[in-house]
Design a protein around this ligand. Structure first.
Ligand code: HDE
Length: 809
């Protein structure tokens, strides 16, 4: 320790000390002789700080179970001044580039995205080095007709950057779309968790969400039959939490070991890279029909859940069982559910196929337009909470990702809502570069022993390293947390943070022990409970017994669907398997289905001309435990009709020169009032006169916006306009598709004749019998009065009473 000397040392000694303090490769045995000299002062402070930690004060707490489950905060001492911990004495020499000294304890890379937003309004064009570009039209040539010169650094920078614009797409979930928003907690959940988002009623946490399909490449169609990813990144003050879920609560496989096999089987076949964004091919069905645990998931994917109407109208699920842990360290199991406020609505297959041609960006556009128009997608977060003891009694294993916990067994408790209210500024910077990782978890949450989850905890971080080009992807602005980030990780490609000081290890005394370990009160501590601890077993590669029940919940799902939904499931199996070229694979799948539902297997077999039925596949578990629940109404999409509003729904009002304008305008106004997107669709776009002396401006044409892109249709009155529409073949296709896809059609006055011309079997429409009216007729004068009825009918989404297989038209 330096002695504090009131009398300064003699000049010669001072000079010697001063000189010694300037060395970076050795030092004197005593420091502090020249305290007015900055180098010596720093040296003295460092010595003082190091001496204050005579040994590793935390070492004794590294041992034993009690310490392991309740680690203490790390030892630290405050530096005498910031001088002691700086990298360089010259840090005070600021400039417009270096700025000044880092603020104490701060990491500037975590500030809001404003720090990296760019707005070029009123700015001139520059190179990446900030040099103004005088001419952005021509490369530099040796004479007007001469060769381009190698020295043209402006051209070369521009082309080089362009050459490297692409990054590898995600191995799965490559196609997706994202949005910012917030999560708002309804009530404090401190009784079950200390996780930051759930600590107070009304607490708001920023989120970024990415929805995706699984199979197709980055540019593939949105409306493929597929699982949808539903990944949410919560930016909490205690760090980022990524809830990386799907719109289906179960998965194809039970163990991460099989994931590469599953993905290789479902992706386009490797020899010819076909088909794109489709599971309807040999290798997928070959694999899943040899993996009977996929049966449950197949039911979900073949149901209308596999072709959602919108990201705003699908549920989301955490899939695995997770844990929540409270302040006292008590833990419960939890399953996460997102439920859309707009209800759960899907497409029908014929519609999905057609949309993929007319608008491959259908879901991306829908999400974007909803947010731009203020119809913010909203979802309620619900939890199924249960104890380890309860889980022991369940007929299924909660570690098995091919099983749900039926809501009738453990109810879903609503705990908050998520609102998506901001579109990204830049797709690549935000949606493409966002890196969701199941390993991103907070104090107050924990994993279960689900073996599928274990593989994910590894995979997501790992995959970002090649996708985003190195280990510093957490510093990409969309990924950086809002919580402080301080550790001793250094370097790596594309490092953004500039760490002050020379210490990048722990324990240390040269930085006063900082950053020190947080300890159990603030830091993440794994829950010590062990699900298999009761009977110690050796290392083993096998599954628990209950995992072998492959069919009980597949049956539960199928039996819980409405008859229409059951038909759609059967039709989807029929379609997919009809695309399989190997009869043995089709038969094997039917053999598998027989174990879940004889009725379904028969229907599918009939659709594929498989006769007689193959024997059911052998059961892996001869006598599965009887299920607690054999019918779960919550599993039907119809269980969530939504809030009854038309927010975000698209309605086409067909127009042509000579239609009755006032009735169309009145209906359009009523629909817009409801938050619907009500578009005037004509034989061509542009203005047209109406029969009642006005003009209408069609912003879409039947060519550029075909009928299947709309949720409902209004046919206009006005003899001349109707005659014009009758002459255009598009009109009939428009009406037929609306009818075939079971959507509401409102026919005003004279346009009744269009229905007949389209060959529409109105008598077949049984939507009245189903409690709603999908085909409405009114006089133009009654347009206002019929609006409410029309709106209620559209809110019902579909009128399946008129559905026929095969369709009559
Ligand atoms: Fe994924 N999954 N997955 N997955 N997954 C990826 O991570 C993986 C699984 C899910 O919008 C990849 O960043 C393994 C289940 C979503 O960016 C990759 C296993 C569920 C997204 C990966 C699974 C999901 C991914 C590819 C089995 C529902 C998109 C790019 C052990 C709970 C996230 C990436 C986004 C993406 C691995 C199974 C959902 C390769 C190994 C089950 C929503 O790491």
């Amino acid at each position: 320790m330096p002695k504090s000397t009131k009398t300064p040392p003699k000049p010669a000694k001072r000079a010697a000390a001063k000189s010694a303090a300037r060395n970076t490769d050795s030092g004197p045995s005593e420091v502090g002789a020249a305290l007015f000299d900055p180098n010596s002062k720093k040296m003295a402070q460092v010595q003082k700080m190091a001496a204050a930690m005579p040994h590793n004060l935390s070492k004794s707490s590294e041992h034993g179970f009690a310490n392991g489950t309740n680690p203490p905060r790390g030892a630290s001492v405050d530096p005498p001044s910031r001088l002691a911990t700086g990298s360089t004495l010259s840090e005070e020499n600021g400039s417009t580039k270096t700025g000044s000294v880092a603020s104490a304890g701060a990491n500037a890379t975590i500030e809001s995205l404003d720090r990296v937003r760019v707005d070029s309004a009123g700015r001139m064009l520059t190179t990446n080095q900030g040099v103004a570009v005088a001419d952005n039209q021509n490369s530099l040539k040796d004479g007007l007709r001469g060769p381009v010169l190698l020295e043209d650094f402006i051209l070369r920078e521009k082309i080089t950057h362009f050459d490297h614009e692409r990054i590898p797409e995600r191995i799965v979930h490559a196609r997706g779309s994202g949005a910012h928003g917030y999560f708002e907690c309804y009530e404090a959940l401190t009784d079950i968790t200390r996780a930051a988002p759930f600590q107070a009623a009304g607490k708001v946490t920023p989120v970024f969400v990415r929805f995706s399909t699984v199979q197709g490449e980055r540019g593939s169609k949105d409306t493929a039959r597929d699982v949808r990813g539903f990944a949410v990144k919560f930016y909490t003050e205690e760090g980022n939490w990524d809830l990386v879920g799907n719109n289906i609560p179960v998965f194809f496989i039970q163990d991460a070991m099989k994931f590469p096999d599953l993905v290789h089987a479902v992706k386009p076949e490797p020899h010819h890279q076909m088909p794109q964004a489709a599971s309807a091919h040999d290798t997928f069905w070959d694999f899943v029909s040899l993996m009977p645990e996929s049966t449950h998931m197949l039911m979900w994917v073949m149901s209308d859940r596999g072709i959602p109407r919108s990201y705003a109208t699908m549920q989301g699920f955490g899939v695995h069982t997770f844990r929540m842990v409270n302040e006292a360290g008590d833990s419960v199991f939890v399953k996460f559910h997102w439920t859309p406020k707009a209800g759960t609505h899907s497409l029908v297959w014929d519609e999905a196929v057609k949309i993929s041609g007319a608008d491959p960006d259908y879901h991306r556009r829908d999400l974007w337009e909803r947010i731009e128009s203020g119809n913010y997608p909203e979802y309620e977060l619900g939890l199924q909470v249960f104890t380890e003891e309860q889980a022991e009694e369940f007929s299924f294993d909660i570690l098995d990702a091919t099983k749900i916990v039926p809501e009738e067994l453990v109810p879903v408790r609503p705990v908050g809502r998520m609102v998506l209210d901001r579109n990204p500024d830049n797709f690549f910077a935000e949606t493409e570069q966002v890196a969701f990782c199941t390993a991103h978890i907070l104090p107050g949450l924990d994993f279960s022993n689900d073996p599928l989850l274990a593989g994910r905890i590894h995979s997501y971080v790992d995959t970002q390293i090649s996708r985003l080009g190195g280990p510093n992807f957490h510093e990409i602005p969309i990924n950086s947390p809002i919580a402080p980030v301080h550790n001793n990780q250094r370097d790596g490609l594309h490092r953004q943070a500039i760490h002050r000081g020379r210490v990048s290890y722990e324990p240390n005394s040269l930085a006063g022990g900082c950053p020190f370990q947080a300890g159990a009160t603030q830091g993440f501590v794994s829950v010590p409970a062990r699900q298999t601890a009761r009977d110690e077993q050796g290392k083993v590669r096998a599954k628990p017994e209950k995992f072998a029940d492959h069919y009980t919940q597949a049956r539960l799902f199928y039996e819980s669907q409405s008859p229409v939904e059951q038909d759609h499931i059967a039709n989807a199996f029929r379609f997919e398997l009809s695309k399989v070229t190997v009869p043995a694979i089709r038969e094997r799948t039917v053999a598998m289905l027989r174990n879940a539902s004889e009725a379904l297997a028969k229907k599918v077999a009939m659709g594929l001309s498989i006769d007689p039925l193959p024997d059911p596949l052998p059961l892996a578990l001869a006598e599965p435990a009887p299920p607690e629940v054999t019918r779960s109404p919550a599993l039907s999409l119809l269980a969530r009709p939504g809030d009854g509003t038309l927010k975000g729904r698209k309605v086409a009002l067909l127009v042509a020169p000579g239609v009755h304008g006032a009735s169309i305008s009145a209906l359009q106004a009523a629909l817009v009032e409801q938050g619907a997107v009500a578009r005037l669709v004509g034989p061509r776009i542009g203005r047209m006169p109406t029969a009642d002396g006005d003009t209408l401006d069609a912003d879409a044409s039947m060519e550029n916006e075909p009928g299947f892109l709309f949720d409902a249709l209004v046919l206009p009155d006005g003899a001349e306009g109707v005659a014009a529409l009758a002459q255009d073949g598009h009109t009939m296709e428009f009406i037929k598709d609306q009818f075939r896809h079971c959507k509401t059609i409102l026919t005003l006055g004279a346009s009744r004749s269009l229905l007949a011309k389209a060959g529409l079997p109105a008598a077949m429409d049984k939507s009245h019998a189903q409690g709603g009216t999908g085909l409405l007729f009114a006089d133009a004068t009654a347009a206002k009065e019929v609006a409410a009825e029309f709106i209620a009918s559209v809110a019902r989404h579909r009128h399946f009473g008129r559905e026929m297989d095969p369709p009559l038209l």
